[in-house]
Write a protein that binds this ligand. Structure first.
Ligand code: NAI
Ligand SMILES: O=C(O)C(=O)[C@H](O)COP(=O)(O)O
Length: 375
């Protein structure tokens, strides 16, 4: 159902959304349908119940750090649309929004190439021999074969690697070809690409029959060979951090984390044991973030029955990063993405045994957005 508003349109937006003013202004929203578009930019963690009660916005534009639920909206009567310029939706109680008749849109798949390229970079930085696939090609295990997992499988196949994939919610296929136990026990590298979900039950009807919270627990880690490289760029709580720390201490497993169970606080104890650690920036390319904004903008235009007039292509500088070039010249990887620079910057933030939430958020806010490699 669409609705029109003929007054000042008030938008509260996470200031970390790329291209906010380019996408959300009088010209791009309704060709003068609204007298004014008033955007109030706020750090995502500061979008709280008090603010939305005081300002009574028409629209909320968020990213993953703003929790949207009954608490946030208890004293708000104005919001008609909430857009999250992210793939993940675990921060949003969508059932509650349906009850309140508030339209919700996210940005499914917006940074799928960026995250897949992050994972490839991590693997090839730690195991450069996988470029050549010397005697046997490596086996990449992928848990979750949606937008990101399936793109990652395409890159791996293009490099001549074997793929073992597990996704119980999709039909069997040439990549959805293994059980959880097979992926865990037979892969050289395992990469996680599942949403964060809890068990479905009477208290949680929107939960999952295949919950992912602590999917990688002590049992799974015990069944994983110690040489297996484990990568998590999905959501922190998919791995039980305490079990992971004990696992690395006992077998020196190589582990790459972009997301952390207790994010935005990172303990030095865990950080010091990771092969690569980055501050939740796997999807942070210019293309990935602008695509997220574009998707939410398109959804808002549809909601308000106006014709979209802004497109991310108009905002993107020339992109010189070609996947074909990287494949031909693997030694250029560091020029395509120097992941160890992101790792160093996170480790430099350790004080008093941890990276603070403020420092973690600051690294993300000031991140120099990478460019997505073109196919
Ligand atoms: N680190 C970062 O910067 C980013 C992280 N993400 C995270 O990555 C997640 C995955 O993204 P997409 O692939 O785009 O999502 P998607 O929704 O396209 O795919 C997720 C897949 O996981 C599968 N799945 C669900 N439960 C499972 C289980 N128990 N075992 C195996 N598979 C299961 C689903 O069937 C689905 O096919 C997002 O939900 C988000 O949390 C997304 C973007 C950026
Ligand atoms: O899209 C997702 O899902 C993500 O994890 C985001 O890329 C994370 O970025 P923020 O929403 O925290 O800026």
């Amino acid at each position: 159902m669409t609705s029109k508003i003929n007054h000042k349109l008030t938008i509260i937006a996470d200031s970390n959304i790329a291209g906010l003013e380019d996408f959300f202004n009088e010209n791009t929203l309704g060709q003068n349908t609204y007298q004014t578009v008033n955007i109030i930019k706020v750090a995502g963690r500061d979008i709280n119940a008090q603010l939305v009660a005081k300002l009574q916005p028409d629209v909320l534009l968020i990213r993953s750090v703003t929790k949207v639920d009954a608490t946030l909206l208890a004293d708000n009567h104005s919001v008609k649309f909430i857009g999250s310029a992210t793939i993940g939706t675990d921060h949003v109680d969508q059932g509650y929004l349906v009850e309140r008749n508030i339209t919700f849109a996210n940005a499914a798949g917006c940074s799928k190439h960026s995250v897949a390229q992050y994972v490839l970079t991590a693997i090839l930085t730690l195991r450069p021999e996988y470029w050549q696939q010397l005697s046997t090609s490596p086996t990449l295990g992928i848990i979750g074969l949606g937008n990101i997992g399936s793109i990652l499988a395409q890159y791996a196949t293009d490099l001549g690697w074997q793929v073992l994939g597990y996704d119980p919610l999709l039909p069997a296929s040439n990549i959805n070809n293994a059980s959880f136990d097979e992926v865990i026990s037979q892969s050289d590298v395992i990469s996680l690409h599942v949403p964060l979900t809890d068990k479905k039950d009477s208290n949680n009807p929107s939960g999952s029959d295949y919950p992912t919270r602590h999917l990688i627990n002590k049992t799974a880690l015990d069944a994983m060979p110690s040489e297996t490289l484990l990568i998590n760029s999905a959501r922190g709580p998919v791995i039980d951090a305490a079990a992971l720390q004990a696992d690395i201490e006992s077998n020196e497993r190589q582990v790459v984390l972009d997301v952390f169970e207790h994010e935005p606080y990172i303990s030095e104890q865990l950080l010091s044991k990771l092969a690569i650690a980055t501050p939740h920036i796997a999807g942070y390319t210019l293309e990935g973030k602008l695509r997220g904004t574009q998707m939410v903008y398109d959804a808002l235009c549809e909601e308000f029955a106006v014709t979209p007039t802004q497109a991310m292509q108009q905002l993107l500088p020339v992109n010189m990063y070609l996947w074909s070039e990287l494949k031909a010249y693997p030694d250029r990887l560091i020029k395509f993405y120097d992941i160890m620079q992101d790792d160093r910057e996170l480790r430099e933030k350790v004080t008093n045994g941890q990276v603070s939430g403020v420092d973690f958020d600051q690294l993300r806010r000031d991140y120099h957005l990478r460019r997505e490699w073109q196919l």
